[in-house]
Design a protein around this ligand. Sequence first.
Ligand SMILES: *Cc1c(COP(=O)(O)O)cnc(C)c1O
Length: 411
Amino acid sequence: MKNLSDVDSAIFNLINKEAMRQEDGIELIASENYVSKAVMEAMGSCLTNKYSEGYIGKRYYGGNEVIDEVELLAVERCKKLFGCEHVNVQPLSGSPANAAVYFATIKPGDKVLGLQLDHGGHLSHGHPVNFSGMLYNFTQYQVEKETGRINMEKVREIAMREKPKMILAGFSAYSRNLDWKKFKEIADEVGAITFADIAHIAGLIAGKAIDSPIPYFDIVSTTTHKTLRGPRGAIIMCKEAFAKAIDKSVFPGMQGGPHDHSTAAKAVTFEEALHPEFQTYAKNVIENARAMAAELMASGFKIISDGTDNHLMVVDVTSKGISGKEAEQVLDLVGISSSRSTIPFDPRKPMDPSGVRLGTAAITTRGFDIQDTKAVAKAIAQAIENPKDEAKLKSIRESILELCRKRPLYK
Ligand SMILES: *Cc1c(COP(=O)(O)O)cnc(C)c1O
């Protein structure tokens, strides 16, 4: 980054500082990952200079013959990867993608059934402070108190009672597989549109490690930067019948010019995910998550739903006499990034809830195997059990550094 260091040493230094933080710390934030250098190069390319409002072959600006080829590659690779009928690769991020889906399919005031935020849903699934909750009439299903799992019979009961226009399946903090087929059957019973938000699990689906909603659902949105390991951004996949409405809703409905450098990076991401190694990656992410959950449970932690089928888990840390926020802070001290999280039926407040959410997508990219992952879980348990013991925390920090040096991020 020679030019950057000449022109703006302040930002250059901060980027280096952040690179060191990433290199020397363990990333367990379930929504994060590390992109390849190839993806970064596409993001940092001259494609950022271009305006290309519109779609392939139908742009509102000249000079888009190359961009058309870039977007076409992204579209074709995405269709091959997920087996979808149609895809819009222009959404700037997950929340705007979801806004485009709602605008394309339902009217303000219409009823939508989604997973409650503090049971694992996302802000854009109808939380009152979010546009989704302000514009649409959301009604919510929960997980069961005893099992921590979604009970499809309850979902069906609510759907029959509420008759939503749309049923939304997807989550940011739920560690079990969703029964896509059952969601579709319920939606058909009440005449609802089916919308899956696979932001967290798209990489596991692309890597064929868990089931896909694509065969069943009308519309599927996802971010590209979580388990899928691409640039920050999103895509919307749908059945042909919704293609026109979705495209119109993204542009000109919601957005102006697409970010062509991101589109190129998405195309690179799909190419990477089409390689057999990505399937190994997806499988390893889940194996690491299972190993971490098992190790934490062996150390006396309660994991919501007692384990995981995907890359993430929500850990109730209150049995160790500590809150989610305090756990997040003590883990930061030893070089482990996590995110505090509510647990279902949380007696504590959202700003300082009972849990932390942990995910294994990033460490698996970094090459952590089951042994490494178990060592991380042991370090988590020790740090949370000794939050005031400075000498202990210091020695845990050193062991974490050692692990990081053993598995360098960008070699
Ligand atoms: C992360 C996430 C989003 C939003 O993505 P942003 O790119 O942060 O806007 C939407 N839905 C779900 C389920 C998510 O987990």
